[in-house]
Design a protein around this ligand. Structure first.
Ligand SMILES: *Cc1c(COP(=O)(O)O)cnc(C)c1O
Length: 474
């Protein structure tokens, strides 16, 4: 018998969940323009919108808030954060930022010139926005398998070395300020990159004097997948795998809100002293002094502890295990999800779930709205809306992947909550043809997924045909 693993922590403080009736949820969804980003959290039962900043901190982290050193310069808490990054990630120089995008802003401004190309293993919204605002063209160099939700591959986040090589041949290494490698790849479904691939990318880049900068947001989760799936790593600690991973890069941008187990914060890290000195100037302009970068001393204190807690082998095994626990229930019920199951989320394949809808009817957006209506579970669209429009033609970018992301916050929900989510999705799948598409009635100019508003395409304005709806949670 496969033994089950329980949460490697116990509950010390609880937060009551809100449980609205179907009609209340319907009203709330209407007010939110069918965009799950616009639903009040007070109206959400189980919030799987994001794993960003939604972590439950440990008692040690909460305790450390009281010992945070709020000195403007030379704070002890900053020193502790800097040491944690140096020891756990192995980079020489560290600059704190208010969150990951603060680090992306500084890196993009310093390294990118107008007309440059920044290759990456699929894009991330804010990362690409910063690259483009600084005049670069993003080029996707992820392996083709990543764009097919049905293909099984242990390291679906891998860089296609051939694609990287041909870009270098085509535009020249001097037009490529750095390669951005995300570990894991959020938009591919939390898919990892293998150590072998990281090594190959690094060697190719070094041969052409191109820097490799990681988007290290979920690097601990990536390290765990390497331990599980790559030969020679099964007996290593996640901490040692992580450090080896980071050695195949010149630096990273980091969102503390994910794998650093805190609610806010981030950093930019690197080994190049000259880049560090230039970055420090910009940190002062955009973030704050290089010894706090937009964070309070107590935030840095909590992050220093979170960085160490995240590489605990029991913690990370349970973390990945819980995501898999949800995903496996869906697979067992024949629900189309991205496979293999990624590190931080389960992704529903909305086109396969709602095959009667065209991509222009926003199937992922409609499915996310329907899930909220059915059970109060909040998820998010990762498809045509998130992909935005082509800068030149003004047409929708049409990604192959049209997904609904069920993102699991770290240490927040139990496996019983995962059961509730699975039940709701399975029931929705049974009545999937009663779910209609959406039209966009308001479109903001940038990062439109945050604020866009929609309305159901059905004649009576219902998202799920009423005659088929079943009262689930009341
Ligand atoms: C969240 C995230 C970022 C940006 O970090 P913030 O802390 O939200 O600014 C960058 N890349 C990836 C892959 C992310 O998931």
């Amino acid at each position: 018998m496969a033994r089950r693993i329980a949460e490697p922590y116990k509950i010390k403080s609880v937060e009551t969940l809100s449980m609205l009736s179907y009609d209340e949820r319907k009203e709330s969804l209407n007010r939110a323009g069918y965009n799950t980003f616009l639903i009040d959290s007070a109206d959400v039962y189980i919030d799987l919108l994001t794993d960003s900043g939604t972590t439950a901190m440990s008692d040690e982290q909460w305790g450390a808030l009281m010992t945070g050193d709020e000195a403007y310069a030379g704070s002890k808490s900053w020193k502790r954060l800097e040491s944690a990054v140096r020891e756990v990630y192995g980079y020489q120089y560290v600059l704190p930022t208010h969150q990951g995008r603060g680090a992306e802003n500084i890196l993009s401004q310093l390294k990118i010139k107008q007309g440059d190309y920044v290759p990456g293993n699929m894009y991330f919204t804010t990362t690409r926005a910063h690259q483009e605002m600084n005049g670069a063209t993003f080029v996707d160099i992820i392996i083709d398998e990543a764009h097919d939700p049905a293909v099984d591959h242990p390291f679906k986040g891998n860089v296609d070395i051939g694609k990287l090589q041909s870009l270098i041949d085509k535009v020249g290494a001097d037009k490529i300020p750095y390669v951005c490698v995300a570990v894991t790849v959020n938009l591919a479904g939390g898919q990892p990159v293998s150590m072998e691939n990281l090594k190959e990318v690094y060697e190719l880049c070094k041969a052409h004097k191109i820097d490799v900068m990681f988007d290290a947001t979920r690097c601990v989760e990536n390290a765990y997948f390497i331990k599980e799936r790559e030969d020679g790593y099964e007996d290593r600690t996640v901490a040692s795998i992580l450090k080896e991973m980071m050695s195949y890069s010149d630096g990273c941008t980091m969102s503390g809100k994910k794998d650093c187990l805190v609610n806010i914060g981030g950093f930019l890290a690197m080994n190049d002293e000259e880049l560090y000195i230039r970055s420090r100037e910009l940190v002062v302009v955009y973030e704050g002094m290089p010894s706090y970068g937009g964070m309070a001393g107590r935030d840095m204190e909590a992050m220093a502890i979170g960085i160490r807690e995240a590489v605990d082998d029991h913690y990370i095994a349970h973390r990945i295990g819980q995501v898999r626990y949800l995903g496996q229930q869906l697979i067992d019920a024949n629900i189309p999800i991205v496979q293999p199951i990624g590190g931080h989320a389960v992704f529903l394949d909305a086109r396969a779930f709602l095959p009667h809808l065209q991509q222009e009817d926003f199937p992922a957006q409609a499915l996310a709205a329907a899930l909220y209506l059915d059970s109060g579970v909040r998820s998010m669209e990762r498809g045509i809306i998130s992909a935005g429009r082509n800068n030149e033609t003004g047409e929708h970018n049409k990604p192959n992947l049209e997904l609904v992301r069920l993102t699991i916050p770290r240490r927040v929900y139990t496996n019983n909550h995962m059961d509730v989510v699975a039940d709701s999705i399975i029931e929705l799948y049974e009545k999937r043809e009663t779910i209609c598409g959406l039209k966009m009635v308001y479109e903001p100019p940038t990062l439109r997924f945050f604020n866009a508003r929609f309305a159901p395409l059905s004649e009576n304005g219902e998202l799920i045909s009423e005659e088929n709806r079943k009262m689930t949670i009341n």
